[in-house]
Design a protein around this ligand. Structure first.
Ligand code: GCO
Ligand code: MG
Length: 403
């Protein structure tokens, strides 16, 4: 979902309004409640527009509202850059680093395949790799394609090639959620063995990450974080559902494995305690879901006060527009940690001409004014929207769980 804002002077800006599985809600929110308020407003009043859309909504926060606000905010920053003739990172305060450390998604149906896929990413120059593997007895676990990463697939190949492995799930045949099953015991048994093997096969230099994807209880998360300590992960992500911020106190008591959360957050209020109490090491909240650059800049500064670093969500359901804005932000932000990088499909890249690039394990934003990502609306028209919803997960007894 992409928002395009045009000014009377002919300048235009793009914002990403993607909310995977709920995108029509954001489209309706923009069309019905936001766009009528934008007509005739001064595009240069970025902060006032943000405050208007946040305070004026009355019903504050939430993924739909904050994604809609983010789309407007990023489009306005894009316009500002174009009118100033400056790349976005210059407007934020200039370059803090030459390149932005990126991590890719390796996976496999078993430890063998996952380690081989990790090797492909290392050969491709990645310095950091997230690794997920199949769980014995569980069909379609998060992050692992049932078809496996086709042998010989280029690392970082676009999501379509990797049958959704990159974005962590297999698109359902119908528009309704695919149903998956979850059981913690086999997962808690195999994941430490996976990372033991990865360290044995690939050494200690490569940064390794893992995404528990909200599925563990606090004590299970504490156990996994403890059992992973010998393998020195860069981070363990979404160890337990993070709206229960206090739960992370238990994990911290048992392990020094670094923790990352936040891709499902949409405002600073969702993670205030996690950051203030230093219960996490990286905050993943993406520009597209948390009110745009204007709010995420505040969040990053708050995190910096507590030595928490950024690690933006960057799966392929976030568009190149979000990635473009994120890379400019990553280039500036002093407390940068890492950027998730799932290369989009060829079709998506055709729709979004962009000037960022991946090289030698790092991402580099371009120097074009604004965030450097454009849209080819004729190409976009060739790919009509088809509704999809994210998978759901149930426990063996049939009760609902977190996917
Ligand atoms: C990640 C995320 C994704 C999400 C997806 C949901 O770490 O990249 O967990 O895999 O599941 O973005 O739409
Ligand atoms: Mg994740």
């Amino acid at each position: 979902m992409t928002l395009k804002i045009e000014t009377r002077s002919g300048a235009y800006g793009l914002g990403d309004a993607t909310l995977n599985g709920r995108e029509l809600a954001v489209a309706a929110y923009l069309e019905q409640h936001v766009v009528p308020n934008l007509i005739g407003r001064d595009a240069g009043r970025i902060e006032d527009t943000w405050q208007f859309l946040y305070r004026g909504a009355y019903w504050r926060r939430g993924p739909v509202t904050m994604t809609a606000i983010a789309a407007v905010d990023v489009a306005l920053w894009d316009i500002l850059g174009k009118l100033a003739g400056l790349p976005l990172y210059r407007l934020l305060g200039g370059r803090s680093r030459e390149g932005v450390l990126a991590y890719g998604h390796a996976s496999g149906r078993d430890i063998e395949e996952a380690s081989a896929d990790t090797g492909r990413y290392i050969e491709a120059g990645y310095r950091a790799v997230r690794v997920q593997c199949g769980i014995p007895g569980l069909k379609k676990p998060y992050g692992v394609p049932s078809s496996g990463s086709a042998p010989g697939t280029k690392p970082g190949a676009d999501a379509a090639t990797r049958t959704g492995a990159g974005s962590g799930y297999e698109p359902a045949e119908s528009a309704l959620p695919a149903e998956t099953f979850w059981s913690a015991a086999p997962y808690l048994e195999i994941v430490p063995r996976l990372f033991e093997r990865l360290r044995a096969d690939h050494g200690s230099e490569i940064e390794l990450l893992h995404d528990a994807h909200h599925r563990l209880t606090p004590v299970e998360a504490a156990r996994l974080a403890r059992d992973l300590e010998p393998y020195r992960l860069f981070w363990l992500e979404d160890a337990t559902p993070a709206e229960d911020q206090q739960a992370f106190e238990l994990i911290r008591q048992h392990s020094v494995t670094p923790l990352a959360v936040g891709e499902v957050f949409n405002s600073m209020w969702d993670c205030k305690h996690l950051i203030e109490a230093r219960l996490i090491d990286y905050i993943r909240t993406a520009i597209v879901h948390a009110g745009g650059i204007t709010h995420v800049r505040r969040l990053a500064d708050f995190a910096a006060l507590h030595q928490v670093r950024t690690g933006f969500h960057g799966a392929t359901d976030l568009s190149p527009v979000c990635m473009g804005a994120a890379l400019h932000f990553d280039t500036w932000v002093p407390n940068f940690g890492i950027q998730e990088y799932m290369p989009h499909t060829e079709q998506t890249l055709e729709v979004f001409p962009r000037d960022y690039r991946f090289h030698d394990g790092q991402l580099h934003c371009g120097e074009r004014p604004g965030h450097g990502v454009d849209i080819d609306e004729r190409a976009a028209a060739r790919f009509p929207y088809s509704p999809k919803q994210l998978p759901i997960a149930r426990l063996p007894d049939g009760s609902m769980w977190d996917w």
